[in-house]
Ligand binder design. Structure first.
Ligand SMILES: *Cc1c(COP(=O)(O)O)cnc(C)c1O
Length: 370
């Protein structure tokens, strides 16, 4: 079956900006700066301002952003870090990479974001930090997370890899917690043409440590203060991200229009639709619906040539990568259930509203409804 509706059309996004993207590539190649330099500094300044944060530190990818944030905040071996049970595995892998222990917390059923009422039962004397994830571009409920962290002396690291431009109670995601981690993987709302990532923060100290850690633990060339990483944002990607950052609000608005059309058209179908709390201004990285007959619905859409994805089919605790945790088979039932029932419909800034209407119609007439 040929796919006539792509889940996300990255090539169309390139074509819309082709002249500017191509010019930015030439500008970097002509500049003579191929590591860090003025393009990275300019992007960092622009992205920090966009996020209402004091600093942005460009790194190689989103996973490294999380690892470096944990290291900058001195989270390490033996420490426990609260993480969502239903996130992309990168959130967990970062905690494991610094030798700490990911402690899963189940989500709120309506928003799929971390359930703030379950934090206290996951707390131990070794808990040092919490990583809320703004899943699907929907901000997590940060105020209760920040209050819980303050009461218990925990650090807050936000995984904002899906939330570029989202707002919580009117303020941009970017500096509510101690460090906010971003991915510029091509499919994200702000995506590069390869890997990229960044950490935003309003702490001078955290930013300073991050700049050292991403660059071999070095502030001064050939002087290494700590055992750092080589994880720098590429200047070519920085230049391309500057072009796309200027379009981010407009492209997020197009995603909002698509989400509104889906929500309107699928209202009375018996399918669980995304819930948006009053304080949230999401950016619709994904439009995720939920139904017990998910697999059948996905097949129906595939037969109509419509691409969908599942975010995520196997929760981290059920991956072989975490077999060593030896959790009982009935552990984290909500994460397991969501993995079996969620479906992400196509959404992206280059998707036409006519196509959205056509997809909506196929979902409405899907066999799950009878
Ligand atoms: C994409 C993503 C990451 C990892 O980003 P990479 O740049 O691919 O390393 C981390 N967390 C979440 C929630 C993501 O969606």
């Amino acid at each position: 079956m040929t796919q006539t509706v792509l889940f996300l059309d990255l090539h169309a996004a390139y074509l819309e900006l082709k002249a500017e993207i191509d010019a930015a590539v030439s500008r970097v190649l002509d500049s003579g700066y191929y590591i860090l330099g003025p393009e990275v500094a300019a992007f960092e300044a622009e992205f920090a301002e966009y996020c209402e944060a004091k600093h942005a530190v460009g790194v190689a990818n989103g996973l490294d952003a999380l690892i470096l944030a944990l290291r900058a905040l001195d989270i390490g071996p033996g420490d426990e870090v609260l993480v969502p049970s239903n996130t992309y595995i990168a959130t967990w892998l970062a905690v494991s990479a610094v030798g700490a222990i990911p402690v899963p917390v189940e989500p709120d059923e309506a928003t799929h974001n971390i359930d703030v009422n379950r934090l206290s039962s996951a707390l131990t004397a070794r808990t040092r930090a919490i990583i809320p994830v703004h899943l699907y571009g929907q901000p997590a409920d940060l105020d209760p997370v920040l209050a819980f962290a303050a009461q218990n002396g925990l650090r807050v690291i936000e995984d904002a890899a899906q939330a570029h431009g989202a707002r919580y109670k009117g303020r941009r995601i970017g500096a509510h917690g101690d460090a906010v981690c971003w991915s510029f993987y091509p499919g994200k709302n702000l995506g590069a043409y390869g890997d990229g990532g960044c950490i935003t923060t309003s702490s001078d100290d955290v930013a300073d440590r991050l700049r050292m850690l991403r660059n071999y633990g070095s502030r001064e060339k050939y002087v290494n203060e700590v055992q750092g990483m080589n994880s720098r944002l590429d200047p070519l990607q920085a230049a391309l991200l500057r072009v796309k950052l200027a379009r981010l609000d407009e492209w997020n608005d197009r995603r909002r229009a698509i989400a509104a059309l889906y929500s309107d058209g699928l209202r009375d179908t018996g399918i669980a639709l995304p819930a948006v709390p009053a304080w949230a201004d999401p950016v619709w990285h994904l439009y995720v619906i939920r139904h017990a007959n998910r697999d059948r619905l996905q097949r129906t859409l595939a037969e109509a040539g419509i691409g969908t994805l599942i975010h995520y089919p196997i929760p981290p605790h059920m991956q072989n990568a975490y077999a060593s945790m030896e959790l009982p088979t009935d552990a984290l039932p909500l994460a397991k259930q969501l993995a079996g029932e969620v479906l992400s419909l196509p959404i992206g800034p280059q998707m036409s509203l006519n196509t959205v209407a056509a997809v909506t119609k196929v979902v409405q007439n899907g066999p799950i409804l009878t």
